[in-house]
Design a binder for this molecule. Structure first.
Ligand SMILES: [Zn+2]
Ligand SMILES: [Zn+2]
Length: 382
């Protein structure tokens, strides 16, 4: 089969690989029909995530058709159209029993923090991902769901991470009716967080980024106010000014470890490899939320970070809430919102790229060329 393969920072290519095999009776093999490149894949592509090994196939956002199932799989059969959450999880451990699927204790021998994630380095379990023609799906009776007939495949693939994560970020904000919600980052997750904030009763939604084409999307798709941080000497001062000098009630960090904007932090963290990226977005969140407010974090961060304004968070009495999204927990409500027309996730898709050209897709997405917001990957075309 053809599969995307990581060859080192900024280098990916498509190679011929063996079709994955059933390794456990509860595995399924899924033939991928649509995958996506995620903003968090760019952290891998840039060599910023620990233990990203050469030879690995990325891709934690994919949908497809069940090709083969192991002997104990009961809920899926070959030919079923399935959507697969980015979390690999067992469904039965202490954490899974409490809905904390992203913290499953049985799927990642490399860490006690994060559970398993498809195609997301050996820090997240070392599972090959779905930017390929086929992918092995462990615990096939647990994670995947059959795509409802009425749902478009491109909406389904966005439910496997981006939309679920954006919605989760808004949920973690504990938004109360009338709240002013600031979203840092106008990428797919930020756009979905902004849109979700309205669904949860926000009174104002402000999206911050420095890419004008993405801010335009935030205005059009998420009906948000927008601020371009590159146009302000100090974005925190600007946020205070626009919120009666109080600060926002809720700030959602949908940027993560690779925020642009602070050269010194970028050098000490990224170049010297002391940590995977810089916490500048997180510090902006801590600074621009009001005292007693909530900071929600779903941007991707590596395990270690220094120079986070933790004392300020303490002294302001902030609530900091964060996790990797437990995707499937969000699906029942999101299915309803899509079916009722409140959300049309595929409206943010800008590129549909054949798997054979995935290297170009990574380059376009990474360099923010051609108005790229969300690139999908389509195997079997070229
Ligand atoms: Zn993703
Ligand atoms: Zn588990």
């Amino acid at each position: 089969m053809r599969a995307m393969v990581y060859r080192g920072p900024y280098k990916v290519r498509v190679e011929e690989r063996d079709v994955p095999r059933i390794e456990h009776p509860n595995d399924a093999i899924v033939r991928v029909t649509t995958a996506a490149i995620c903003g968090s894949d760019l952290h891998l592509y840039h060599g910023m995530m620990p233990d990203t090994r050469v030879g690995m196939t990325f891709g934690h956002e994919f949908v497809g058709v069940v090709h083969e199932v192991g002997s104990s799989v009961e809920r899926l059969k070959p030919g079923d159209r399935v959507m697969v959450p980015f979390n690999v999880y067992c469904g039965s451990c202490w954490y899974c029993a409490r809905g904390l699927y992203s913290n499953c204790h049985n799927v990642n021998p490399n860490a006690t923090a994060v559970g398993g994630i498809y195609g997301y380095s050996h820090t997240c379990g070392g599972y090959d991902g779905g930017q390929a023609e086929f992918v092995r799906v462990p615990f096939a009776d647990v994670g995947p769901s059959i795509i409802p007939d009425w749902m478009d495949e491109e909406d389904a693939v966005l439910l496997t991470d981006a939309l679920a994560t954006g919605y989760f970020g808004a949920q973690l904000g504990d938004i109360v009716e009338g709240d002013t919600v600031v979203v840092l980052g106008a990428g797919p997750v930020g756009l979905f967080a902004a849109k979700s904030a309205w669904l949860m009763g926000a009174g104002r939604v402000i999206v911050i980024d420095h890419l004008e084409y993405r801010l335009e999307k935030a205005r059009e798709f998420a009906h948000a106010e927008t601020v371009n941080f590159a146009e302000h000497d100090d974005i925190v001062v600007e946020m205070k000014r626009t919120t009666d000098h109080l600060g926002a009630d809720v700030v959602i960090d949908a940027v993560g470890a690779e925020a642009d904007g602070n050269f010194t932090q970028h050098v000490t963290s990224a170049k010297l490899k002391l940590q995977g990226g810089s916490p500048i977005a997180l510090n902006w969140a801590i600074d621009s939320v009001r005292k007693g407010g909530t900071v929600s974090v779903m941007g991707a961060y590596g395990p270690m970070f220094s120079a986070v304004k933790f004392g300020d968070a303490l002294n302001k009495g902030l609530t900091l809430r964060m996790n990797q999204c437990p995707v499937k927990r969000q699906w029942p409500r999101l299915f309803e919102h899509i079916r009722n027309g409140y959300l049309k996730p595929s409206d943010i898709v800008t590129h549909r790229i054949p798997l054979e050209h995935i290297a170009e897709g990574y380059h376009i997405f990474s360099a923010k060329l051609d108005g790229c917001i969300k690139p999908l990957i389509v195997p079997g075309t070229s």
